[in-house]
Design a protein around this ligand. Structure first.
Ligand code: CA
Length: 376
């Protein structure tokens, strides 16, 4: 099953209502899909986390090394590409580009062997994943506390048992938003806060200390991801468990972060860490370091499907009768690519999401929608 063709698809949609994280304003949704076709006409899909145009350029640069190779050689291809780009590619877009290629190869393998990826990777622990709703971005020019509280109450009404909101817009503003959100969702919903590394250690410690009265399940990305010692300070200086890892690419970066006791909850992204092949290796690292693994998911239906395949194979840790299932991050902000580009959209039912059981990723791409959203 030789690889015949590799294509990149940049999807673009301008947002009617821009929204902000601590450091960025989202005026559009823009994501990169990778399509790999074999000589026999089988097609696999992957997705890269991060800037679509740069990822597309890197995938295109890697393409000559893929053409003519067996699509079944997933690990050899991964390592050959990594070896070729290692000197400038130990972190960042080399890994995110590799991720899209790797996921597409796993999708192809699943279609060839007529099995879902989780089956090929050793089998699933679960078929349904409890999700948490991600949202609560600051509307551009809007009242964050009021908007966030109302938005989260809506998700709880839909059946979500856990929600995550964005902070990092200033200590007093954030505490107002957290208080309003806790009030709106009641005492029984898990509440997570994500600063998107909008604080330094001093401010993050103050936020964590003052926010802890609102029963916060985790505090995500309090400080910039490369500042591992700042993570240590925040972890020691306030009581909320720390989460992070969506931008720690590859097993070496994650091992370094875990060795330095940065987080209790590790959040690798399948579309950024190096694909499903690398994500599987992170399971072992998380086990050895005894951190909880709750993957990060952000992107189109392809990223969502790849995330679900990965969630399915996460072993219960520790094993017990009252098993804690890793929650799926289910972004609820407007993104037409989450539903429109697949024939059967992946949706939640009462806050639970079923793992696709079809071959490969378990999704069928709607090519008309893909073309409609393709960036000019
Ligand atoms: Ca995050």
């Amino acid at each position: 099953m030789k690889i015949a063709k590799v294509q990149t698809h940049i999807l673009h949609h301008d947002l009617a209502q821009p929204f902000q994280s601590s450091f960025s304003t989202f005026r559009a949704r823009r994501h990169l899909l990778v399509e790999i076709e074999t000589e026999s006409g089988l097609i696999g899909w992957g997705e890269c986390l991060g800037p679509a145009d740069i990822n597309a350029a890197v995938v295109t640069a890697m393409t000559p090394m893929l053409i003519g190779r067996s699509a079944h050689d997933i690990e050899p291809i991964w390592l050959d590409l990594y070896n070729q780009f290692r000197d400038q590619g130990q972190r960042g877009v080399i890994h995110t580009a590799l991720s899209g290629i790797d996921i597409a190869l796993w999708d192809l393998a699943g279609k060839y062997f007529d099995a879902p990826i989780h089956q090929l990777m050793g089998g699933a622990w679960r078929r349904v994943i409890p999700a948490y709703a991600t949202g609560g971005f600051r509307p551009e020019g809007g009242d964050h506390a009021a908007a966030c509280a109302a938005e989260m109450a809506q998700y709880v009404g839909e059946g979500f048992e856990a929600v995550k909101i964005k902070i990092g817009y200033g200590i007093e503003s954030d505490l107002k938003t957290i208080a309003a959100t806790r009030q709106a969702i009641g005492p029984n919903t898990e509440l997570m806060i994500d600063a998107n590394h909008g604080y330094d250690a001093v401010d993050a410690i103050e936020v964590g200390r003052r926010a802890s009265q609102y029963d916060i399940h985790w505090f995500e990305e309090p400080v910039v991801p490369e500042a591992l010692r700042a993570y240590q300070q925040v972890r020691q200086g306030q009581p909320i468990p720390l989460a992070g890892g969506e931008t720690w690419h590859g097993r070496w970066a994650i091992d370094e972060a875990l060795q330095q006791n940065t987080v209790q909850i590790l959040q690798p992204d399948v579309c950024g860490v190096g694909g499903l092949s690398e994500a599987r290796k992170i399971i072992t690292l998380a086990d050895i370091h005894q951190v909880r693994l709750v993957p990060h998911v952000w992107g189109t239906a392809v990223a969502l499907a790849a995330g679900l395949q990965f969630h399915a194979i996460l072993p219960p840790n520790p094993p017990s009768h009252e098993q804690r299932s890793p929650r799926l991050e289910f972004d609820r902000t407007y993104n037409p690519f989450r539903q429109d580009i697949v024939e059967a959209p992946i949706e939640h039912k009462n806050g639970q999401v079923a793992v696709p059981q079809g071959p490969g990723l378990g999704i069928s791409i709607n090519r008309d929608a893909l073309l409609a959203y393709r960036a000019a």
